[in-house]
Design a protein around this ligand. Structure first.
Ligand code: HEC
Length: 156
């Protein structure tokens, strides 16, 4: 009798270790996919001046916050790809994530500013990061700045 329940409880603890390990693996997979050396970069302390580019200025912010892990290339969660300017222009299940030249009309900016993205609590973008993304959108939300896209882009 005793030995049987001993065996059962051993089985249960082995099972729970397994579940814990699996959920740890799943969590780290979500956070780590798409990470790059950018995530090691220091936090931005000021909005960069001059023309911004997606890969230099915006992508590192997304990588820092795990966006690219969930919304990866080729249509990730919510069919959204945050790894390129083209992916954001194509958008996700709600349509285009950016409205070029108009950050205030962009779903992306709304979801970042109200801190519903990223979903983890306490992981909101900083004011400087928010303003950097907004500035990139107001400059046209292109891969690299194109002086012809927006009537009055903020470049100084
Ligand atoms: C842990 C996974 C996860 C992370 C990290 C994450 N998202 Fe999301 N995101 C989701 C899910 C799930 C949805 C769909 C549910 C919703 O709209 O809230 C979503 C929806 C969105 C949408 C709306 C898409 C649409 O077309 O409706 C945008 C925009 C977005 N995320 C941007 C971001 C950005 C930018 C980041 C990083 C700052 C980010 N997300 C981080 C899981 C994630």
């Amino acid at each position: 009798m005793g030995s049987c329940s001993d065996r059962l409880s051993t089985m249960y603890s082995a099972l729970s270790i397994c579940v814990v390990t699996l959920s740890t693996l799943a969590a780290s997979a979500c956070i780590n996919t798409g990470d790059s050396p950018y995530t090691q970069r220091e936090e931005l302390t000021a909005v960069p001046s001059g023309p911004l580019s997606f890969s230099e200025h915006v992508l590192p912010i997304f990588q820092r916050h795990g966006c690219t892990g969930c919304h990866g290339a080729g249509g990730g969660t919510a069919q959204l790809d945050t790894t390129s300017a083209a992916g954001l222009a194509a958008g996700g299940r709600s349509g285009a994530a950016v409205s070029p030249c108009a950050a205030s009309d962009s779903l992306l900016q709304t979801r970042l500013a109200d801190c519903s993205m990223p979903p983890a609590q306490g992981a909101c973008l900083t004011r400087v990061e928010l303003d950097t993304v907004a500035r990139w959108i107001d400059q046209g939300a292109a891969a690299t700045f194109d002086a012809g896209i927006c009537p009055d882009p903020p470049v100084d």
